[in-house]
Design a protein around this ligand. Structure first.
Ligand SMILES: Nc1ncnc2c1ncn2[C@@H]1O[C@H](COP(=O)(O)OP(=O)(O)OP(=O)(O)O)[C@@H](O)[C@H]1O
Ligand SMILES: [Mg+2]
Length: 331
C-alpha cells in the first residue's frame, strides 16, 4: 500500500532576487544590473500539523523566504504549492480566500499593532475584512480568543490599547489576531525574539497548543537554534540564500553534518555542552548576498574547504531518512 504524505506546503527551487539600485554613474556607464540573491533556490516540504524551523544568521534570507512563500512579495523563480495548489502566480483576487488559511506573525509586536485600535477590535478585524462574521459575532469571537490566549478578564482587555500592554501581552494579541481566522499554516518570523526571555516559554507553549488544537502547520523562523529546537519537528539550516541542511530536530542536534550547522550549534552553550566532539569554528562574517562566492557559498568561512568547494556547488545528500545536507565532505 502506498501511503500518501499529506503536505500543506511544497516549496520548489524558490528564488527571490532584489535588484540593486544603480547609481547615476553606473547607469551612464551601462553597468550591468546586480541583484541581492536573498533566496537563491530553496526546496522543502511541510507536512500537515508539522513545524519546520528555518534557522540561520542575520541576512541569510529567512524573512524573505517566509514572505515570498505567503506571496507578500513576488517570487523571482520556483514554485509554491499550498494545499496541493500552485499559488506561485495566481492573481491577488484568487489569492484572497487562500490567504485566510495562511497567516504571519511578525517579530515586532510593537510595530504589528495599530496604536489607535483597541486590541479587541484588532483581533476581530480580520473576521470583518474577510466577511466571516458581522460586528456582534466578531466581537464575541474576539472575546473568546482573548480568553484563549490568556488575556483576562477579556472584557477589560478588549477595550485596551496596545500601549497599555507589555511586549509579551502584545505578542499574544498578534497571535490571537492570526488565529481567529483558523489558519492551516503560519509563518512565525522571530515571534519570540523581542520578548523578554522569561515570557518566551509561555508564548511558545501557546503556539504549540494552537498547533495541536488546529492541526496547524508552521514555518518557524529564528536565528536561535536553541528556540527552534523547542518548537519544531524538523529544522532547516539556511546559509546565504540556500538550505544547507535539513532534518528532524534530534538528527540535526545529535548528528549534524554540515560544518555550518556544527558551528551554529557550537555557539549555543546548552547544545555545545552536550557534545564533546571536535569544535568547528568559522571565521569572518556572512558575505553580502550580491557577490555570492562561487562553488560552495560557505567555502570562504569553512575550516574544511577543499579545492572542489571553490568550484562546484554541492548537492543535497541523504544522510539518513529525512536528513539531507549539501557539503562535498559527504560524498
Ligand atoms: N526589500 C529588499 N530590497 C533589497 N534587499 C533586501 C530586501 N529585503 C531583504 N533584502 C536583503 O536580502 C537579504 C536577506 O534578508 P532577510 O531579511 O530575508 O534576512 P534574515 O535572514 O531574515 O535576517 P534577520 O535575521 O536579520 O532578520 C539581506 O541581504 C537583505 O539586505
Ligand atoms: Mg528576518
Amino acid at each position: 500500500m502506498v501511503i500518501k504524505m499529506d503536505y500543506i506546503l511544497n516549496v520548489k527551487d524558490l528564488k527571490k532576487y532584489f535588484p540593486v539600485r544603480r547609481s547615476f554613474v553606473e547607469i551612464l556607464k551601462k553597468a550591468p544590473e546586480r541583484y541581492v540573491r536573498a533566496v537563491d533556490g530553496i526546496s522543502f516540504k511541510i507536512k500537515r500539523g508539522e513545524t519546520l524551523s528555518l534557522i540561520g544568521e542575520s541576512g541569510c534570507g529567512k524573512t524573505t523566504a517566509g514572505r515570498t512563500i505567503l506571496r507578500l512579495i513576488e517570487p523571482t523563480g520556483g514554485k509554491i504549492i499550498f494545499n496541493g495548489k500552485d499559488i506561485t502566480k495566481i492573481p491577488e483576487k484568487k489569492l484572497r480566500p487562500i490567504r485566510r488559511k495562511m497567516q504571519i506573525i511578525f517579530q515586532d509586536p510593537y510595530a504589528s499593532l495599530s496604536p489607535k485600535m483597541k486590541i479587541g477590535e484588532a483581533i476581530a478585524h480580520p473576521l470583518l475584512i474577510h466577511g466571516l462574521a458581522d460586528k456582534e459575532e466578531a466581537k464575541e469571537r474576539a472575546l473568546k480568543m482573548l480568553k484563549r490566549v490568556g488575556l483576562t478578564p477579556e472584557e477589560e482587555f478588549y477595550e485596551r490599547y496596545p500601549h497599555h500592554l507589555s511586549g509579551g501581552q502584545r505578542q499574544r494579541v498578534v497571535i490571537a489576531r492570526a488565529m481567529i481566522l483558523k489558519p492551516e499554516f503560519i509563518v512565525a518570523d522571530e515571534a519570540v525574539s523581542m520578548i523578554d526571555a522569561s515570557m518566551r516559554a509561555s508564548i511558545l507553549e501557546l503556539l504549540n497548543d494552537f498547533k495541536k488544537e488546529y492541526n496547524l502547520s508552521m514555518l518557524f523562523i529564528t536565528h536561535d537554534i536553541d528556540i527552534g529546537k523547542l518548537i519544531s519537528d524538523r529544522i532547516a539550516v539556511m546559509y546565504l540564500g540556500k538550505i544547507v541542511e535539513i532534518g528532524k530536530v534530534k538528527d540535526i542536534l545529535n548528528n549534524p553534518q554540515h560544518p555550518y550547522t556544527k558551528a551554529l550549534m557550537e555557539a549555543v552553550p546548552s547544545i555545545a555542552r552536550r557534545k564533546r566532539k571536535k569544535k568547528v569554528k568559522i571565521k569572518g562574517e556572512i558575505p553580502n548576498a550580491i557577490d555570492i562566492p562561487p562553488g560552495c557559498r560557505f567555502h570562504p568561512r569553512c575550516p574544511f574547504a577543499m579545492d572542489i568547494c571553490r568550484k562546484k556547488e554541492p548537492e543535497m545528500v541523504e544522510i539518513e531518512p529525512e536528513h539531507f545536507a549539501a557539503c562535498h565532505l559527504l560524498k
